[in-house]
Design a protein. Structure first.
Lengths: 299, 448, 322
C-alpha cells in the first residue's frame, strides 16, 4: 500500500514536470525570421509587447511578472532566451493554459517583431535569418479581390500577382477571412488554400449580422508572410443579415425618461394630482367667499 | 359634522364659560418660555450636528454602501405614519358620526400638520445633495415613487393645514374681545386669520361645505401618502421589502403610532391646561378602545408579514427572518412586537388600564416601539443583499448609527414638539364653537 | 524612486496596456506623490492623457490612442476646450446602432483583481470603492467555490433607473446605464433598488476631488467624482466611443472578459484580442445571466466555472483584506 502511494506521488510529480515543459517539434523550432532584427524591428516589437505581453510577463529584465501559477517567465530570463526563434514563434502562435494564442490577433511579422524585441535583452544572441525562399514558388505583390457568390453563399477571393506586366493567379497560398467587428476581427470559416486558378471560396455563415442593409466589412489576409509578404485586402459586401434593431430606449417603460413614461401612468398621475388640487383650489376659493360674505355683513 | 349649523349657541351663556376655559392657557406664560427655551437650545445643538453633516457629507453617519438607508429613513417613515392620525380621527370617525372625537379632532390635526411638515425636512436631511431638491421639480420622473411621495406629502400637508385652519376660523372670531391677557400681535393675528368671520348662516354654510370636501379628500390622500411611502420599499426586489401587503401593513401601523401620539398630547393638554371638563376620562377610554382596535388590525398584518415567508423559508427571506427572530436584531424585534403591540392589546382590553395616566404610559411605550419598528423595517433588510459583502472595510459590514446622526434625528423630533407646542399654546386647542354648539343642543334637548 | 514617481502620475490611458503594477504603486505612494499627481492634473478626454515629466518642463509626454508616447509642447493643451454640454449630450445619447454586452468566463478568473485596480485608477476611486468587484462565490455547501467578477449588469429592465426621481441615472440606446452626478440628488433609492449591489455612494470627498478640480465633468467617465452622489460601472463608455475595450476588460491578465456588440453578434477577448461570435460562445459554454428570475434582463453573461486550468485558491481574505 505504501509503495503504491509512493508510486502515485512519483507519477504525479513527473506528470507535473512534463506539464511544465513545453515541447516544440524540431521543424517548428527550426523556423527562422524572414527578416533581420534591427533597431526599427525592435522598436516596433516593443509597442506590440507592451500592448499584448507586458500585463503578464512584465518589463523584460525587471522580474516584475504577474504572480500567476506558473509565473510567466521574464522575457530577458535564461529560460525564455533558451528558446530558439522558431520555438518562440510557435509558442506565440499556439498558446497554452493562461498563455493566449496570438494566431488570430497578431500577424506573423508582428510576432517576429516581438521576438526581435525580446532578443534585444540577450547580448549573446546572434541571429540566423531564414534563407530566401525558393524563387518562383512564391510571388510578390499579391493582390486579392473579394466577391460574393450569392448562389453558393460563399465569399470568393481571387489571388493574382504581377510578373513583369502579366497578371498571374497565385496558387496554393493559404488565406484567412475575417469580418470586421466593433472591437476586433472575427475569423470566418477556416484558413483555405487557393486553387490553381488562384481562387479561394469561403463558406460564409448565413446568420452573421451586417449593417442596416446587410453590409459586412471583410478582410482577407495571406498567412504565409515569408513567401508573399504582408498581403491583405478589404471589401464591403452585402453578405450579412440586415440588422437595424431599434434603440433600447425606444419603448415606453418604467425605467424610461419622463417622455417615455407609460401612458397609463401619466394619465393616472395627472388625474390624481389635478383632482386633489382642484378640490384644494375650490376650498381656498371658499375661504375667499367667506371673507367676502363677512365684508358684506360688516357694511 | 352636520352641514346645517344652528347659530343659536352664540347667544347661549355657556359659550362664555367654554371660551374662558379654553382661551385661558392661550398666550405666553413662564412655563411656555422655559419649555420653548429648552427645546430651542437643544435644537441649536442638533442644527450644529447637521452643519457638520452638511460640511463633511454623509460620511458622518453610520450609513455605507450596503446599509445606505438608516435612521433618517426610519424616522421619515415614522413621521409620515404618525401624521396619518389626523385623517383617522377627524375624517373617518368624524364622518361616521362619533361625537366623542370633536374635542380631540384639533389635537389630531395638530399632530398631522407637525409630523407631515417635518417629514419633508427629514427626507431632505437624508439627501446627499439637499441643495438640489429643486431637481425633483425640474426633472421629476413620474415613474419614481419618490416623485409620487413628494407630490402626496405636499398635498397631504396642504390639506391637513386647511383642515386645521378652517374649523379654527369661528373660534378666532369668538376669541375677539376675550383675549385681553394675550399679547397684542396675537390678537392682530387672530383678526387677520379670522377672515372677517361674522357667524352668518351663509358663512357657516360655506365653511361646513369646505370642511366636508376636505374631510373626504383627505381619506384617499392619507391612504396614498403612506401607501406610497411603503412602496419606496415594496417596489424593490429585496427580501423583507418585496411584499404585496406593505401598503395596508404600513397604514394600519400608522394608526397605532398616531393614536398613541394623540393620547400623549391629550394627556399633557388636559393636565397642563386644566381641561378635564372637555378631555374627560371617557375620551381616554374611547381612545384606549381605538388603540386596541387598530393594534389588533396591525397585529394581523404583522402575522401575515412574518408568518408567510417564515413558513416557506426561501433562502434570502430565511436569512432576513433569522436575523430578526434569533439573530442580531432579535432583542429589538421581540421588544417591539411584545411590548409595543401584544402587551398593549392585552392591557387595554381592561377598562382599568384605559385611565388617563396608564394610557399615557402605554402610549409612550407604543410610540417608542413604533419608532423602532420602522427601524426594523428599514435597516435589517439591507444587511443581506443577494450577493455577498466582500472586500470592504469592516465598518461597512454593519450599520451603527453615529452620535451626529442621532442628534440630527433628535433635532427633527424637537422640531415636531416645537410646532405642536406653538399650535397648542397660541390657538384654542379644543374647538370652542363646536363644544358650545354641542352643549347648547344637549341643553335644548333636555329642556324639551 | 524616480521611476515610481513617474508611475504615480495619473496615466489612465496606459491601463489597457497593463501598467497595472504601477497602479498599485500609485495608491501606495499617493500620500507621497499626491502633490505631483495634483500638479499633473487629471484631464482625461478622448483618450489623450498627459503626464508631466519634470515640473516646469515645456514639453509634456502624451500617450496617444494608438499607444505611442510622444512629446508635445505644453501650450498645445491650453487650447483644448471641452464643452460640458457636448459631453452631456453625447453621453446621454449613447452610441447609435450598438447594444454592448459583456461575457465573463468564470473558468478563467483567478482573482488577480487587475480589472478592479484598472477601473479604480481610471475612475479615481479608492481601493474599497468598486465599480467592479470580484466576489468569492459558493452556491451551497457541496458545490465548488469560484471567483466572480461583478460589474454593473447594465440591465435592460433596470430597477435602479426606474426608481430615480430626477433622471440622474438613465439607460442609453446602446444599453449602457450611466449616472449623471451633475443631476444626482443623493437619495440612494437606486442603491436600494439594485439587486446586484452594483452602485456606490460618495459618502465623503472623493479620492481625487482636489486634483480633479476644474476638469469638465464627463458623464461617460464619471470624473470628477462628486461627494454626495452615486457612482457606478459605466462599461467604460468613454473608451467604447473610441472603439476601445473597457478598462477592466483590457487589464485582465487571464482572458476572463469578452466584450462586444450584441447587434454584431460578436465579442472580443480583452486579453487575447480574439473575436468570437457571441451566440456561439454562449451556446458552447452554457452561458447564463445572474439572477435572471428577477426579470432585470442583464447585459452581462457568465460562462460557468468548469474545466478550470488551475486550482481554486482563496488566498485573500475577502472580509479582512481591506
Amino acid at each position: 500500500m505504501k509503495r503504491y502511494f509512493i508510486l502515485l506521488i512519483i507519477v504525479r510529480f513527473s506528470l507535473q514536470l512534463s506539464a511544465q515543459e513545453w515541447v516544440v517539434a524540431p521543424a517548428d523550432a527550426a523556423l527562422k525570421s524572414p527578416f533581420a532584427f534591427t533597431d526599427s524591428t525592435r522598436k516596433a516589437g516593443e509597442a506590440i509587447y507592451v500592448a499584448n505581453c507586458k500585463s503578464c510577463h512584465g518589463d523584460p529584465g525587471k522580474n516584475n511578472a504577474i504572480q500567476l501559477v506558473p509565473i510567466p517567465p521574464d522575457a530577458a530570463s535564461v529560460k525564455m532566451q533558451a528558446n530558439t526563434d522558431g520555438a518562440m514563434h510557435y509558442k506565440l502562435i499556439q498558446g497554452r493554459g493562461p498563455m493566449p494564442s496570438f494566431k488570430n490577433t497578431l500577424s506573423s511579422t508582428d510576432l517576429w517583431r516581438v521576438i526581435s524585441f525580446m532578443r534585444g535583452y540577450n547580448p549573446k544572441y546572434v541571429q540566423e535569418v531564414a534563407l530566401p525562399t525558393i524563387a518562383g514558388a512564391a510571388a510578390q505583390n499579391v493582390s486579392i479581390k473579394l466577391d460574393w457568390n450569392k448562389a453558393s453563399g460563399q465569399v470568393e477571393a481571387s489571388l493574382t500577382s504581377l510578373k513583369g506586366q502579366v497578371s498571374q493567379p497565385v496558387a496554393g497560398a493559404e488565406v484567412k477571412l475575417f469580418a470586421k467587428r466593433y472591437f476586433g476581427n472575427l475569423p470566418v470559416d477556416e484558413a483555405r488554400k487557393s486553387d490553381a486558378a488562384g481562387k479561394v471560396a469561403f463558406n460564409f455563415p448565413k446568420d452573421l449580422p451586417g449593417d442596416s442593409i446587410g453590409n459586412v466589412q471583410l478582410i482577407v489576409k495571406l498567412t504565409d508572410e515569408v513567401a508573399y509578404g504582408e498581403a491583405s485586402a478589404e471589401a464591403t459586401l452585402a453578405v450579412g443579415v440586415p440588422t437595424n434593431r431599434p434603440a433600447l430606449t425606444a419603448p415606453r417603460a418604467m425605467w424610461g425618461v419622463l417622455a417615455k413614461a407609460p401612458i397609463w401612468l401619466i394619465f393616472a398621475y395627472l388625474l390624481a394630482v389635478l383632482t386633489a388640487w382642484g378640490f384644494i383650489a375650490y376650498v381656498i376659493s371658499q375661504i375667499k367667499a367667506i371673507y367676502r360674505a363677512g365684508s358684506k355683513e360688516q357694511l | 359634522m352636520a352641514s346645517e349649523v344652528n347659530t343659536d349657541f352664540l347667544q347661549d351663556k355657556k359659550l362664555d364659560s367654554i371660551a374662558a376655559d379654553i382661551l385661558r392657557p392661550v398666550g405666553i406664560t413662564q412655563g411656555f418660555v422655559v419649555w420653548m427655551g429648552f427645546l430651542g437650545i437643544s435644537l441649536m445643538g442638533c442644527i450644529y450636528a447637521y452643519s457638520i453633516q452638511w460640511d463633511k457629507g454623509l460620511i458622518v453617519t453610520g450609513l455605507r454602501d450596503y446599509t445606505s438607508w438608516g435612521m433618517y429613513i426610519a424616522n421619515f417613515v415614522f413621521f409620515v405614519a404618525t401624521s396619518l392620525v389626523g385623517m383617522l380621527i377627524s375624517s373617518i370617525l368624524g364622518l361616521i358620526g362619533f361625537k366623542w372625537v370633536k374635542p380631540i379632532a384639533r389635537i389630531a390635526e395638530i399632530i398631522a400638520v407637525a409630523f407631515a411638515a417635518v417629514a419633508g425636512l427629514v427626507i431632505i436631511i437624508d439627501m446627499g445633495h439637499p441643495e438640489r431638491l429643486g431637481n425633483v421639480f425640474l426633472y421629476g420622473r413620474i415613474q419614481s415613487p419618490i416623485v409620487w411621495d413628494v407630490t402626496v406629502v405636499i398635498t397631504y400637508l396642504t390639506i391637513s393645514i386647511l383642515l386645521y385652519f378652517l374649523p379654527l376660523i369661528p373660534d378666532l372670531a369668538i376669541s375677539k374681545g376675550r383675549m385681553n391677557h394675550t399679547p397684542k400681535w396675537l390678537q392682530n393675528l387672530y383678526e387677520v386669520m379670522s377672515v372677517k368671520w361674522q357667524h352668518t348662516p351663509e358663512q357657516y354654510r360655506l365653511l361646513m361645505k369646505a370642511i366636508r370636501i376636505l374631510l373626504i379628500l383627505i381619506i384617499p390622500t392619507a391612504f396614498a401618502i403612506h401607501t406610497v411611502t411603503s412602496w419606496l420599499f415594496a417596489v424593490t426586489l429585496r427580501p423583507g421589502w418585496d411584499s404585496t401587503i406593505f401598503g395596508p401593513y404600513f397604514l394600519t401601523g400608522a394608526f397605532v403610532a398616531g393614536s398613541a401620539a394623540v393620547v400623549i398630547v391629550m394627556y399633557f393638554v388636559r393636565s397642563n391646561y386644566k381641561l378635564d371638563k372637555y378631555l374627560t376620562n371617557h375620551h381616554f377610554d374611547m381612545m384606549g378602545k381605538l388603540l386596541v382596535l387598530v393594534s389588533i388590525v396591525y397585529l394581523y398584518f404583522n402575522i401575515n408579514e412574518y408568518l408567510v415567508p417564515a413558513y416557506k423559508m426561501k433562502t434570502a427571506e430565511a436569512i432576513h427572518l433569522h436575523d430578526l427572530f434569533v439573530g442580531e436584531y432579535a432583542v429589538m424585534f421581540w421588544s417591539v412586537q411584545l411590548l409595543g403591540l401584544v402587551l398593549p392589546i392585552i392591557l387595554l382590553l381592561f377598562s382599568f388600564f384605559r385611565k388617563p395616566f396608564s394610557m399615557l404610559i402605554i402610549s409612550i411605550v407604543v410610540l417608542v416601539a413604533a419608532w423602532f419598528k420602522r427601524f426594523l423595517i428599514v435597516v435589517p433588510t439591507q444587511d443581506h443583499p443577494f450577493l455577498p459583502k466582500q472586500y470592504v472595510p469592516q465598518a461597512w459590514m454593519v450599520y451603527q448609527p453615529t452620535v451626529i446622526e442621532t442628534a440630527i434625528t433628535v433635532g427633527t423630533l424637537l422640531l415636531v414638539l416645537i410646532i405642536i407646542t406653538i399650535l397648542v399654546k397660541f390657538f384654542p386647542v379644543i374647538p370652542i364653537w363646536e363644544m358650545a354648539e354641542e352643549q347648547h343642543e344637549l341643553d335644548h334637548k333636555s329642556q324639551k | 524612486m524616480s521611476q515610481n514617481s513617474k508611475d504615480a502620475s495619473p496615466d489612465h490611458g496606459n491601463l489597457e496596456h497593463g501598467s497595472t503594477n504601477s497602479r498599485r504603486d500609485f495608491f501606495k505612494n499617493f500620500g507621497l506623490f499626491g502633490a505631483v499627481a495634483a500638479a499633473g492634473g487629471a484631464a482625461i478626454y478622448s483618450g489623450y492623457n498627459y503626464e508631466e515629466t519634470k515640473p516646469g518642463a515645456n514639453f509634456v509626454r502624451v500617450l496617444t490612442a494608438d499607444n505611442r508616447i510622444i512629446e508635445v509642447p505644453k501650450e498645445g493643451f491650453k487650447d483644448i476646450k471641452v464643452d460640458l454640454n457636448q459631453l452631456q449630450k453625447q453621453g446621454r445619447e449613447g452610441l447609435k446602432g450598438h447594444r454592448f454586452v459583456m461575457v465573463i468566463d468564470l473558468a478563467k478568473c483567478r482573482n488577480a483583481r487587475k480589472c478592479i485596480t484598472a477601473c479604480q485608477g481610471a475612475h479615481h476611486l479608492r481601493p474599497h470603492e468598486y465599480h467592479i468587484n470580484t466576489l468569492v462565490m459558493q452556491e451551497s455547501e457541496h458545490t465548488a467555490p469560484y471567483f466572480m467578477p461583478k460589474p454593473c449588469q447594465h440591465c435592460d429592465n433596470p430597477p435602479c433607473v426606474a426608481v430615480c426621481p430626477v433622471d440622474a441615472t438613465f439607460k442609453r440606446q446602446d444599453g449602457i446605464v450611466l449616472i449623471d452626478n451633475e443631476r444626482c440628488i443623493g437619495c440612494r433609492f437606486c442603491i436600494a433598488a439594485c439587486p446586484y449591489s452594483a452602485r456606490l455612494f460618495h459618502w465623503e470627498e472623493p479620492l481625487m476631488a482636489e486634483a480633479d478640480k476644474g476638469t469638465p465633468y464627463n458623464v461617460e467617465l464619471n470624473v470628477p467624482q462628486r461627494k454626495g452622489t452615486i457612482s457606478k460601472c459605466l462599461f467604460s463608455s468613454d473608451r467604447l466611443r473610441e472603439g476601445k475595450l473597457p478598462y477592466c476588460v483590457s487589464a485582465c491578465p487571464n482572458g476572463v472578459y469578452y466584450f462586444g456588440d450584441e447587434n454584431q453578434d460578436s465579442v472580443t477577448n480583452g486579453t487575447t484580442k480574439e473575436t468570437f461570435r457571441l451566440s456561439e460562445l454562449l451556446k458552447v459554454n452554457a452561458g447564463y445571466q445572474l439572477m435572471p428570475e428577477l426579470g432585470t434582463k442583464p447585459r452581462v453573461y457568465y460562462l460557468p466555472a468548469k474545466n478550470r486550468l488551475f486550482e481554486f485558491k482563496d488566498d485573500k481574505d475577502p472580509v479582512k483584506s481591506i
